[in-house]
Design a protein around this ligand. Structure first.
Ligand code: ADP
Ligand code: GLC
Length: 489
């Protein structure tokens, strides 16, 4: 069975967050399920070095013009790169310029990607044809809208919501510029409160909708989490599934990770102390042995509860604990963290910026990774924390609720705890949970048991890739292992 992934970022080539991790890891896991995936990405500057090795498959129509479609295999992923220099070949990030502002033409850049995906879905590329097209988040959510509204057939479409906070809403004056058929500008179509809603369109036109954890799938139908789209999602409940994200267990493996100061495993945690020392030195922290070194690796936004962490910092430090932070994001949160590092020298270490290598060292060197998110569709950093034996402290929401087993009395007696949860999501409750982590950490035997169990908790993609394979097969009307490409016929 053939699947076209339409996505705006993919690790290790271009990454701003968890979406890239998923787009980089899930296709590989699907291969093991007999599903062949091609990942369609804009040809951003980060991908330019691959151009020379790529095969030119010809022109594909986007919006207001065409792109060259280039194909190649890199890092175990079959890539389809959309070469449209006027839209994608510019310095800066996939969504923002070097000054941090959204690209003014993001509507066009991602409508172009979506329409190209719809064209490839319908017409194939270089003799290859997908049985299902799988779009991710608002950036590619117009794919099923173009497929359905342009009425020329094409395979069924799955849309995955990775984060409903980002919806891609643009003025209705752009309808023609985006080549959107006018008849879709209705409440049943892509119209959203008088504007064009990219994610709204995806939710309206997708054959199936998935999101990245079972709990978030339930939460999305509630006003508190649905961010205005809860009503539409509730009407599509029968077509909605929550499929938990996994992690790439080859890239994130403390036994082989080249970015660590020393390897370690659940059998021998000795190397973890070497990483702790290396991290403390790098971050300028004096981390005593008798209290935990907490870590945060995160976009610095309100979603991620960074303000809650700042509010409870005095309690954390009063316990003798220390804190290392790697992140970038909102200016006020960056400033708050920098001020904390100045106020508490050698107790709080902050690196503002983005560093893949430091993210790995943080997971290995911290004792506990903090994820105090107000909402979290899935979350990957707590999964990396489990795998690296750094029992995470998480808010009980979304995918965090589905992946971490709280070390309450019953779980400790039953021997199944892998971390710590708090709820409701408020500073006072986070502070209490930090106390619980400090108490558990002081009991060396208990702590080692939790850390080892966390490391053994399955966080790979196997089960969820099988889930997606079954979903695709159901949609395409064939068996997941059928590689003939005729399943949709
Ligand atoms: P989200 O996608 O909402 O940001 P996830 O937990 O799903 O949250 O994924 C975040 C990903 O981005 C993880 O791979 C994490 O390690 C990475 N990450 C976040 N901030 C940074 C940073 N400053 N430097 C390096 N990696 C980061
Ligand atoms: C989004 C979500 C995060 C999720 C990631 C990958 O960025 O915020 O919770 O893990 O997508 O699905």
């Amino acid at each position: 069975m053939n699947i076209l992934f339409a996505v705006s970022e993919c690790a290790p080539f271009v990454k701003t967050g968890g979406l890239a991790d998923v787009a980089g890891a899930l296709p590989k896991a699907l291969t093991a399920q007999g599903v062949s995936t091609r990942v369609l990405l804009p040809l951003y500057p980060a991908l330019a070095p691959l151009r020379d090795r790529a095969t030119d498959l010809g022109e594909v129509e986007g919006v207001g013009g065409t792109a060259r479609l280039l194909a190649l295999e890199a890092e175990g992923i079959d890539l389809l790169m959309l070469d449209a220099p006027a839209l994608y070949d510019r310095p800066g990030g996939p969504y923002i310029d070097a000054g941090g502002a959204d690209w003014a033409d993001n509507h066009l850049r991602f409508a172009f990607l979506s329409r190209a995906a719809a064209r490839i879905a319908r017409d194939g590329a270089g003799g290859w044809a997908p049985d299902v097209v799988h779009a991710h988040d608002w950036q590619t959510a117009l794919t099923p809208a173009y497929l359905k509204l342009e009425g020329a057939g094409g395979p069924p479409c799955v849309v995955t919501v990775h984060n409903i906070a980002f919806q891609g809403v643009f003025p209705s004056t752009l309808i023609d510029a985006l080549a959107l058929p006018r008849e879709g500008f209705t409440v049943e179509g892509y119209e959203y409160w008088g504007q064009i809603g990219f994610l709204k369109a995806g939710l309206a036109y997708a054959d199936r909708i998935t999101t990245v954890s079972p709990t978030y799938a339930r939460e999305l139908t509630a006003a508190e989490f649905g961010m205005g789209l809860q009503g539409l999602i509730a009407t599509r409940r029968a077509d909605l599934e929550g499929v938990l994200n996994g992690v790439d267990v080859d890239v994130w493996n403390p036994e082989t990770d080249p970015l660590l100061a020393a390897p370690y495993s659940a059998k021998s945690l000795k190397g973890k102390a070497v990483n702790r020392a290396a991290l403390a030195e790098r971050m300028g922290i004096d981390a005593t042995e008798d209290a935990p070194l907490f870590g945060l690796v995160s976009r610095l936004t309100r979603q991620k509860g960074v303000d809650l962490l700042l509010a409870v910092l005095p309690r954390l430090l009063a316990r003798g604990a220390t804190l290392a932070v790697l992140g970038a994001g909102d200016a006020d949160l960056e400033a708050g963290l920098r001020a904390a590092a100045t106020a508490y020298p050698r107790r709080v270490g902050v690196e503002v910026g983005y560093s893949e290598s430091l993210a790995h060292l943080m997971q290995a060197g911290c004792d506990s990774i903090l994820v105090p998110s107000r909402f979290e569709p899935c979350g990957l950093t707590q999964l990396y924390a489990l795998r690296y034996g750094s029992p995470p402290l998480v808010a009980r929401t979304g995918g965090l609720a589905d992946t971490v087993i709280d070390a309450n009395e019953a779980a400790c007696v039953a021997g199944c705890a892998t971390g710590f949860q708090f709820s409701p999501i408020a500073a006072g409750l986070l502070a209490d949970a930090i106390d619980r982590v400090c108490d558990a950490y002081a009991d060396r035997k208990l702590w080692a048991a939790i850390a080892r169990r966390a490391m053994r908790h399955p966080v790979g993609w196997d089960a969820s890739a099988a889930h997606y394979a079954a979903l695709y097969a159901d949609l395409a009307g064939g068996a997941p292992g059928d590689l003939s490409g005729e399943a949709a016929a």
